[in-house]
Design a binder for this molecule. Structure first.
Ligand code: GLC
Length: 427
């Protein structure tokens, strides 16, 4: 392996072994409850948005409950918004008045979040928006997405972008200095010429790695976000971050070697709380998406959007608890696992750890379940959920397929209709 590849591999080992994380999008936008892009979509000015700042007081916020839910779901790390595009800070930044400690909440929500999730043993991540629609020195008129992009009153407004960069770098320094060990920083996002060294990204990443040597960084400081090329810019970060999609072949480098990546997915259709969005994915879809990510050497970062009182939507809780029930019996096939060398089977997917293969069987099919080209290569098969033995089948109907191994399930239905996992130990 080339030195850079080996270094990235070692630096991200805990992340690629963890496989499953919680994303949390929360802030003032939970009050209008129309998603986190409401300011841009509805061209809401700072003045019009101020009403939400003046009333923000999530009296039900209890991050200990959130952390227990994440742990129960089988999540190993968490990433919460410290500042989203609206510029509102959920932490007690000394560089702005636009923060939760100045709202009726009077709380550093990030401090409480870090303490609660760290107490449950999860690795801690911060989402930090490079974009800031509140800051007076962030370009507004003519920008592609700023709420005031076509407001003529902003046309001749002067802004001093270096002031904004000092603010951005200063806040990242606060976040990586004041809250103990931070394991991930998740920047979002670069676009048009607002990318790369426009953010003074090399200087920023050097500071990040100096403050938190073990931290891993996503790839969104880079306009191309291209970790696949040989020796990408230092600010391209440690892992790829496909959004609302699973890369068909995972993410591999120019030499065809697997790279760390994490698909971020919403439970419904919104990152931030949207009160009328009941388009939730099924528990089956979430479990099979997690398996698909792992089968392609990737992670799943699954999002929740708490409401303005600080409650996680009930449907989100229900799905996470159901995912957790499956994970409690089957996580051996997820943690420390990745892509198998075997071709994808018809009935589901394979994942693999160093010395085990996990068959994720979705379709029962007819008769014995086929393991292509594994005849004579298997020493034992176990049902992961209860470690019970599954005998290899030598039923006469299998004799026509001499290269293949087979197992049989007594019942016409699978033990778990969403995903029955069997562990294969090869000889
Ligand atoms: C997109 C959205 C942003 C969200 C992010 C999560 O960048 O603009 O609102 O935080 O996706 O990946």
């Amino acid at each position: 392996m080339n030195k850079n590849y080996e270094k990235r591999f070692k630096h991200t080992a805990w992340f690629t072994n963890a496989r499953f994380g919680m994303f949390i999008h929360w802030g003032l936008y939970a009050i209008p409850a129309r998603g986190e892009w409401i300011r841009s979509m509805e061209r809401i000015s700072n003045e019009e948005y101020q009403q939400y700042f003046d009333e923000f007081n999530p009296t039900s916020y209890n991050p200990k409950k959130w952390a227990k839910l994440a742990k129960k779901a089988g999540m190993k790390y968490v990433i919460m918004t410290t500042k989203h595009h609206d510029g509102f800070c959920l932490f007690d930044s000394k560089l702005t008045e636009y923060k939760t400690t100045n709202t009726p909440a009077k709380r550093d929500l990030i401090k409480e979040y870090v303490e609660a999730f760290r107490a449950e043993g999860l690795k801690i991540g911060f989402y930090y928006s490079l974009i800031d629609w509140y800051h007076e020195d962030y370009p507004a008129y003519g920008d592609r997405i700023h709420p005031m992009r076509d407001n003529i009153n902003y046309k001749n407004k002067k802004h001093n972008f270096s002031n904004y960069l000092e603010y951005l770098h200063g806040q990242v320094k606060e976040l990586l200095t004041d809250y103990g060990k931070i394991d991930i920083i998740w920047f979002d996002f670069s676009y048009d010429d607002m990318a790369g060294e426009k953010w003074q990204a090399t200087k920023l990443v050097n500071m990040v790695r100096m403050l938190q040597p073990g931290i891993i960084i996503n790839n969104r400081l880079d306009e191309k976000a291209n970790i696949e090329i040989n020796d990408p810019p230092i600010y391209t970060g440690d892992f790829g971050s496909p959004e609302q999609i699973i890369p068909p072949e995972g993410i591999i480098n120019a030499q065809g070697k697997p790279l760390p990546w994490e698909a971020c997915i919403t439970l419904n259709d919104n990152w931030g709380y949207k009160s009328d969005d009941n388009n939730y994915k099924s528990t089956k879809t979430i479990i099979r998406t997690l398996v698909e990510c792992v089968s392609k050497n990737g992670n799943l970062l699954l999002n929740i959007g708490p409401d303005a009182k600080g409650n996680i939507p009930k449907k989100s809780i229900q799905i996470l608890e159901e995912v957790g029930a499956w994970m409690s019996n089957n996580s051996d096939s997820i943690y420390n696992c990745g892509k198998s060398q075997l071709d994808k089977p018809e009935w589901g997917r394979y994942t693999a750890s160093k010395n085990k293969i996990y068959a994720h069987i979705y379709d029962r099919g007819i008769g014995p379940v086929n393991f292509r080209n594994l005849k004579g290569k298997i020493s034992k098969v176990r049902l992961v959920s209860d470690r019970s033995e599954i005998k290899l089948s030598d039923y006469w109907t299998t004799l026509d397929f001499p290269k293949d191994a087979f197992i049989d399930f007594a019942s016409a239905d699978l033990p778990n209709e969403i995903d029955t996992v069997v562990e294969i130990t090869l000889k």
